[in-house]
Design a protein around this ligand. Structure first.
Ligand SMILES: *Cc1c(COP(=O)(O)O)cnc(C)c1O
Length: 432
């Protein structure tokens, strides 16, 4: 598969180059040149296929010919080494739990897949690739864990000092080996700005191979389409229209779902469930796309005022607002509404949701009010204990830490303090 840049100034490139670069040289996001639907027989017999078999069929066109089929199979086996259970609340509503991976965030699948692709492409190179990533919390842990020990790849994570949860900080500062955590004196936007500046800095890009590991990278973005297929495998027997409610921030996950639909998956509608960061909600209702600075909320992994993947969604629907609206609805919810949804889920269904999943639940409820014939699937994107303080204070019940989280809590944090871009640059140049 070749990928073109959505800024349309850089030339098309292979999957391998797109993964190695992250962003095209003209700063555009990469997008596949074609999307070929899977045969109907695939969806008719999906119940008989394993997760790995489904994932392999779904992604192989996007990575061929750069990764041979046998290697792709083992990358997928390795990536999907945990479960994706579905909890059915009632006949119209299910939750698919995407948080059973090593860092208990749905980003584990994308990070693990990308790490293995990058490892395959670079393990025999004489110079290492450096993955540079800014995190507001969950990305850092998933990327650190996914890339740990991958030969030929070094990972440098920038995180805002004092602005990530204790659990999140432990997940990204305790691994060592090829993972370095830089603790930035600033907020997330400062980390993001430094990363962007590094990607444009000739002194660095002439000296080293830099790539990104957030959802702009096709190898992190595309595997997220698996979740929609896994949910369909279990739920298509409900014989209802299947609608997904996706708690959205950078819109990578939902855009991957739209790719699954293009592959032929019978999804009847998408709901982008947002917190107070409502750029897309507003766009769908007014037709004006007006990116804003992010607003801090309790569902902080979705505090994004200018979602980077929205250009990919626009591309998929031919920049046609009318067509887009026939596939996508969007709602925005306050922290108070989110908390009452968490309470409601706990009281009525004995289900402990994290704030992101609760926003997804609210979107599903809104949709069902108007479309009672649908079956809504909410993507639960993080384990509730990753947001322990909020969850415990809302539901008034203490939560036990899962083993994956317990294991990092006792490890020693190692981070390097960074106060300016110059310090970041010095660090990167010293590392080669
Ligand atoms: C990253 C993240 C999201 C948002 O996903 P996008 O692909 O950026 O829209 C939602 N919930 C959690 C817990 C996350 O970590």
């Amino acid at each position: 598969m070749n990928y073109y840049s959505l800024n349309r100034k850089a030339s098309s490139t292979s999957f391998k180059e797109a993964v190695n670069r992250g962003l095209a040289p003209d700063r555009g996001l990469y997008f596949p040149e074609s999307i070929t639907a899977l045969p109907k027989s695939f969806f008719d017999t999906i119940t008989n296929l394993s997760y790995s078999e489904i994932a392999f069929e779904a992604i192989k066109q996007f990575v061929a010919p750069d990764i041979p089929e046998s290697v792709l199979k083992s990358i997928i086996e390795d990536t999907l080494s945990f479960d994706f259970p579905i909890v059915t609340m009632h006949q119209d509503l299910s939750i698919i739990e995407l948080f059973h991976g090593p860092t208990m965030a749905f980003k584990d699948v994308g990070a693990r897949f990308m790490a293995r692709c990058l490892g395959y492409f670079n393990s025999n190179n004489t110079t290492d690739v450096t993955v540079l990533v800014a995190t507001s919390g969950d990305t850092g842990g998933a990327v650190a864990n996914g890339f740990l020990g991958v030969k030929g790849v070094n990972v440098v994570i920038l995180y805002p000092s004092g602005k990530v949860s204790n659990i999140q900080e432990k997940q990204l500062t305790t691994l060592g080996h090829n993972i370095t955590a830089l603790e930035v004196d600033g907020v997330f936007d400062d980390c993001q700005d430094m990363v962007k500046r590094a990607f444009l800095d000739e002194d660095l890009i002439n000296e080293m191979q830099l790539t990104s590991a957030n959802s702009i990278n096709v190898a992190r973005w595309l595997p997220q389409l698996f979740y929609f297929m896994f949910a369909y495998k279990e739920l298509h027997k409900t014989h209802k229209d299947i609608v997904f409610s996706i708690p959205s921030g950078n819109f990578g996950n939902i855009c991957a779902g739209m790719m699954a639909q293009r592959l032929g998956l019978p999804i009847s509608h998408f709901i982008a469930s947002n917190n107070a960061n409502n750029t897309v909600t507003e766009y769908l209702s007014t037709g004006v796309y007006n990116p804003k600075p992010s607003i801090q909320t309790i569902s902080n992994a979705m505090d994004v005022g200018n979602p980077s993947n929205f250009v990919r969604i626009q591309e998929l629907y031919g920049n046609n607002l009318h067509v887009l609206k026939s596939h996508l609805s969007s709602y925005s919810f306050t922290d108070e509404e989110t908390k009452s949804a968490m309470k409601n889920l706990y009281t009525n269904f004995n289900y402990v949701a994290d704030p992101h999943g609760a926003v997804g639940y609210l979107g599903a409820i809104k949709h069902l009010e108007k479309h009672p014939k649908s079956h809504c699937v909410v993507l639960e994107t993080a384990h509730p204990t990753k947001f322990l303080d909020v969850v415990e204070s809302v539901i008034q019940a203490s939560q036990e830490l899962p083993d994956q989280i317990e294991a990092v809590m006792h490890k020693k944090k190692v981070s390097i303090p960074i106060h300016s871009y110059t310090e970041l640059k010095q660090h990167l140049l010293k590392s080669i």
